[in-house]
Design a protein around this ligand. Structure first.
Ligand code: ADP
Ligand code: ZN
Ligand code: ZN
Length: 749
């Protein structure tokens, strides 16, 4: 039998990953050494025994076989945090597909001594009473920006500079004038520590409601009995989920453990952070994208040394090396941003469950619109489900009108605003109340529908919509099926068979034509290019500087606007009809959030959903804000068509500079899959191959993309297929092509 060799990393640090040493695997250890494992090896001239981490195994010896050393045996001691992280990397590599080095780079912080960023803070220099008297003066003079800053300074002694200029919309000049008056001073520090200092640490604990307390008690009872579980809290926005997370975190800290709180980057607002700072003071730290790699490394060191108990951050905060992790919280667990877009394309939810298993921690997921995956598992008893049904902040659910756009056209209204929406907009303008108009940007994928009857051109094989391509072709991005674009609608014969293209800018122009003098703010990729612009637009709107806020999905997240009493969704279908099995789910989530934006304050709200498919269940149930009803229909569709979570799929992407090379490789990979399809098995148990086909975006930067999908109800079968394809790929060593795997993809590729 040929000898086996292992690549081993001795010093487990990000920057040393590219320097593995090779060792022979002795006969007796064959079959039990695998990537991710921690082993003992003789190292250096003195052959001192050291710990090493296996990152790869192969049959070729890269050195003189006579001189190569052998692995002594597996390491025996209690695994350290690092070793658990390496084990997590191995799990990621296996379940999502990547090299061990890529996986390790994902979980280990880069040790970098890069220049630290400066963190500017505004520090109050006067007493609270003096600030209040200044505030009164500013109010009399109608100095609005000054009022906003002084109001904040009443309760807070230190405020991050970017937050003042960003969220509060206060200019540098205004800050300088307060500085000149001796009210504040600017402080610059290079260490990233708790950026907030509160007036008196207002021990900010609330009496939990009975529903909230029940969840806390149940999770803690399990915890104290030694049971580690995964829990899902389904509760509408404002139902008190964050308060539950904080209490659980506090209780876990009491037990000498630490906690990781994951939040989508976009929801990582100052408001949320402030609540955690109030509660946990200096023991909490934030990991966000504004930190430099050096600062991130610092944060990890602080966590490892026990200087902090809680870390809040997006996806990557999951890999914080706490000495004794007790809890992982994942807020808005349905968010797409929890899935990594680069290899390894891991999902933070599944990875959190594995990380918790390795570190003996519990996981709490929360959402107003849980992912189908989590709800499915909760109903099957894998996760424990809790519900919070009451909104603690008051405000009633808005009255929702569904407008049938086909009827609008029949009645001669070709405007992008339906009659109902125009009427309600005019009413709000008159009353001086605010409105939000929401455009689903996901429509640009190029789907085609009939403006007259709403018919969407779909693939007869895949139940996803066809996309329009150059040369008047309609193509299915799942299986490659193509037809020439028909001149008229096959359903009703209308010639209005069109792609829907309307940008936020166009909507703004049309709105101004319709209502001269209307004050608008626009929020989309164009207007939010710079770092603070997102917060700036939102705060301008909150300050009443516009009548209408127009935007893409960004505007439906976070932020309560008291005066918004009308929400208009211009074309709900734009996300329903993109060629994507998650379209219904995404649409439901977006519509539910959008509708929920109206009527947050004391005034009652209304929402208008314009659609070509008024009877679609995602539209109907979002209008009723009925998650369960939506889930029941959606899961049926997933079960019937074999999509996650009822079954699993992996997308294999092939990248090539030359189109023919990419296509060849995709075909060869497909042949490998086909050779494994067992035709003896009943159809439902066979591996299913779809494609290969050109990817949705067939060419990027002159690199051609092909994709094939493999489906099976068992995830582990797909992992086997991935291993097989990886193995074939490394055997063939094809030139100028690469492959990537994406398990249970979030989008059509
Ligand atoms: P969610 O995370 O579900 O959106 P939050 O925890 O943010 O909900 O709570 C919504 C609002 O209700 C917050 O302003 C919070 O301070 C308040 N709140 C939460 N729990 C309680 C409680 N037990 N008593 C009073 N107010 C509460
Ligand atoms: Zn038609
Ligand atoms: Zn198809």
């Amino acid at each position: 039998m040929a000898d086996l060799y292992a690549d081993i990393i001795v010093d487990i640090a990000h920057e040393k990953l590219d320097k593995p040493f090779q060792y022979r695997i002795p006969e007796k250890l064959r079959g039990c050494v695998e990537a991710g494992m921690c082993v003992m090896i003789p190292f250096g001239n003195g052959n001192t025994l050291r710990k090493g981490y296996v990152v790869g195994i192969g049959t070729t010896c890269k050195f003189d076989p006579a001189k190569i050393k052998e692995i002594v045996g597996p390491a025996k001691s209690e695994p350290s945090v690092e070793e658990k992280m390496v084990a997590l990397a191995a799990w990621i590599r296996r379940n999502y597909g990547s090299t061990m080095i890529q996986a390790l780079r994902t979980v280990l912080p880069a040790k970098q001594s890069v220049k630290k960023l400066e963190h500017k803070r505004i520090v109050r220099c006067m007493t609270r009473e003096e600030i209040i008297s200044l505030l009164g003066e500013a109010q009399r003079r109608h100095q609005n920006a000054k009022v906003r800053l002084l109001t904040q300074l009443q309760d807070q002694e230190v405020i991050p500079y970017e937050w003042v200029t960003g969220k509060l919309g206060v200019s540098a000049a205004c800050i300088r004038s307060l500085e000149a008056a001796g009210a504040v001073r600017l402080e610059v520090s290079t260490s990233f520590r708790n950026p907030v200092r509160l007036n008196e640490v207002s021990a900010d604990t609330r009496q939990l409601s009975a529903d909230q307390q029940f969840i806390v008690d149940q999770v803690l009872k399990d915890y104290d009995d030694g049971r580690r579980g995964t829990y899902l809290i389904h509760g509408i926005t404002g139902s008190g989920k964050t308060e539950v997370y904080m209490e659980l975190v506090a209780q876990v800290i009491k037990r000498g453990k630490q906690a990781i709180v994951l939040i989508p980057e976009i929801a990582l607002t100052y408001q949320t952070l402030l609540r955690f700072y109030r509660r946990f003071g200096d023991r909490v730290s934030v990991m966000n994208s504004t930190l430099s790699p050096g600062e991130k490394f610092d944060q990890c060191e602080r966590a490892k040394n026990g200087e902090i108990d809680v870390i809040i951050g997006p996806r990557s905060a999951l890999f914080t090396p706490f000495p004794s992790l007790g809890l992982i919280v994942m807020d808005e667990e349905h968010e797409g941003s929890y899935k990594s877009e680069s290899t390894p394309k891991y999902h933070a939810r599944e990875t959190a469950v594995e990380a918790a298993r390795l570190q003996n921690a519990s996981v709490v997921l929360g959402s107003a619109t849980p992912s189908l995956e989590s709800y499915y598992r909760a109903l099957r008893g894998e996760y424990r489900l809790f519900r919070l049904t009451r909104r603690l902040t008051g405000g009633k659910l808005p009255q929702v009108h569904i407008v049938d756009l086909r009827r609008e056209l029949r009645e001669g209204n070709r405007s992008i605003f339906s009659k109902k929406l125009q009427e309600l907009l005019a009413d709000r303008l008159e009353k001086g109340q605010q409105s939000m108009l929401f455009l689903n940007r996901r429509g640009y994928a190029g789907f085609i529908s009939c403006r007259s009857c709403g018919h969407v051109m779909k693939c007869p094989h895949c139940d996803v919509s066809l996309s329009e391509h150059r040369g008047n072709w309609l193509i299915c991005h799942y299986c490659g099926y193509r037809i020439p674009k028909p001149p008229v609608c096959p359903e009703c014969g209308s010639k209005y068979l069109l792609g829907f293209k309307a940008g936020t800018q166009q909507i703004e122009e049309k709105l101004k034509e319709l209502f001269p003098g209307i004050r608008t703010l626009r929020m989309d990729a164009d207007t939010t290019g710079t770092k603070d612009s997102y917060e700036k637009i939102l705060s301008a709107f909150a300050n009443g500087e516009a009548d209408v806020l127009i935007g893409t999905q960004m505007i439906v997240k976070g932020h309560d606007f008291e005066k918004v009493t009308l929400v208009g969704v211009l074309a709900a279908d734009l996300s329903l009809s993109v060629g994507d099995y998650r379209a219904g789910e995404k649409t439901f989530q977006l519509l539910t959030q959008a509708v929920g934006r109206a009527g947050r304050g004391k005034l009652a709200g209304e929402a208008v959903i314009q659609t070509y498919q008024p009877e679609h269940y995602a539209v109907v149930h979002a209008a009723e804000q009925d998650y369960e009803a939506f889930y029941e229909e959606e899961i049926l569709y997933r079960e019937l068509s074999g999509y996650p979570p009822a079954a699993h799929m992996v997308a294999v992407q092939v990248f090539a500079k030359e189109e023919s090379k990419g296509k060849d490789l995709a075909d060869r990979l497909a042949d490998v899959v086909k050779s494994r399809v067992d035709v003896e098995l009943p159809f439902a148990e066979r591996i299913l191959l779809i494609g290969p086909a050109p990817a949705c975006v067939g060419k990027v930067n002159d690199v051609y993309r092909h994709v094939l999908y493999i489906k099976h109800k068992d995830y582990s079968r797909l992992v086997e297929m991935k291993d097989l394809l990886e193995e074939a790929f490394s055997r063939w060593k094809p030139q100028a092509v690469s492959i990537q795997f994406d398990f249970d993809p979030m989008n059509t590729l």
